[in-house]
Design a protein around this ligand. Structure first.
Ligand code: ZN
Length: 272
């Protein structure tokens, strides 16, 4: 589907793919491009996708396969309870889409990047300069951005999204500093990892404040001996809701708190 979508934009062949990070919803389709396509990613993205290990981690199990299993159960129950024929037809269609997605998931073969970088890489193709930059760890340990200086545009992956990114294998403490690196680029337009394209730098500054606050609250609760489950309920980031609507209810994802606790105990803690 992705390849078909690209064909609606250009008749040129796909020769390069950039994995902004290793997560399943960004990089688990690498195998469809074939061996002649250059797949660019950070060294750590290659390491994480080299072998089937990432299929057994919490990130994939609780968002990928696990999430779809939960949705299957929910949809089947809703279909059995539906009294309205039209409503049932809508639900059955959703179930079919989920089935299709599950079938595709079964075909996943984690395929690592075949060209890696640890810091920066620049491609000059025709009149276009394409900078691939690593500013540090944030949403994962391999977040890279694609910056087009002439077009004044940056594609960021999930270190920047319209809403709030998954934190289960993040480096929340380092996230604001990494965003500072992105802010040093000269751009007008941001293509985030999820959500709508946006203009300017304000949203990124708001995210910096949010992640700083998240980290400080989690760390302070940890020092008080509060469990991750309890801390996840108590952390209150609703003061950021004006700028980031996804923050409007108190409490955060316990997987992010687990991660902060894990890293506080061991800076090299593996992802769960
Ligand atoms: Zn991600």
């Amino acid at each position: 589907t992705f390849i078909a979508d690209v064909k609606t934009l250009t008749n040129k062949p796909i020769k390069y793919v950039v994995d902004t990070h290793y997560h399943y919803d960004h990089a688990f389709g690498n195998q469809v491009f074939g061996p002649d396509v250059t797949i660019i990613g950070h060294d750590t993205t290659r390491r994480r996708l080299n072998g089937p290990g990432s299929l057994k981690e919490r990130t994939y199990l609780t968002n990928g396969t696990g999430a779809i299993a939960t949705r299957f159960t929910m949809l089947k129950r809703q279909i059995s309870e539906a009294t309205d024929a039209q409503q049932r037809a809508i639900l059955e269609r959703q179930l079919a889409i989920h089935q299709q997605y599950a079938d595709e998931q079964a075909k996943i073969r984690p395929t690592p990047p075949n060209a890696t970088l640890s810091r920066d890489m620049t491609l000059v193709r025709g009149t276009r300069e394409i900078q691939i930059r690593f500013f540090g760890r944030a949403h994962t340990d391999g977040d890279i951005v694609v910056f087009l200086p002439k077009e004044r545009m940056v594609a960021t992956g999930d270190m920047i999204t319209s809403a709030l990114s998954y934190t289960g294998d993040a480096f929340v403490e380092e996230w604001p500093a990494t965003l500072e690196g992105v802010l040093s680029l000269d751009f007008d337009t941001v293509l985030p990892g999820h959500g709508s394209v946006f203009k300017g730098k304000d949203h990124i500054r708001n995210l910096q404040a949010y992640w700083r606050d998240f980290y400080q609250q989690a760390t302070s609760l940890r020092k008080q001996g509060v469990s991750p489950e309890e801390a996840a309920k108590r952390i209150d980031l609703t003061k950021h809701a004006g700028a980031i609507p996804a923050a409007k209810t108190p409490g955060v994802d316990v997987r992010g708190v687990d991660r902060i606790y894990d890293l506080a105990a061991n800076p090299n803690a593996p992802v769960r």
